[in-house]
Write a protein of this length. Structure first.
Length: 89
């Protein structure tokens, strides 16, 4: 498993919980494999993960923007847009 660019420790990115966790790919769908390759994922507590997929667009947008900022610390915006299709900033 690749390393996340969003966090060092295996704990919920939102709550800090360290029990059973789900791996959330920040850019899903056709970008899921790129999310895995470039470390664009976080650990989330299961209920937070399900809420995110069901209806929490605010958190989804925060994660997408934050991840793009982290990605751009070592890569260009042009590369991000080439890989993930658009800018979230």
């Amino acid at each position: 498993m690749g390393k996340s660019i969003m966090q060092e420790d295996r704990e919920c990115f939102i709550s800090g919980y360290t029990g059973a966790l789900d791996k959330h790919h920040i850019y899903a769908g056709s970008c899921r494999s790129a999310s895995e390759k470039y470390g664009c994922w976080v650990w989330l507590r299961h209920d937070i993960h399900m809420d995110l997929h069901d209806r929490n667009k605010t958190l989804d947008n925060i994660l997408r923007r934050t991840c793009q900022e982290r990605f751009e610390e070592t890569h260009s915006r042009e590369m991000f847009m080439e890989i993930f299709g658009k800018s979230y900033l």
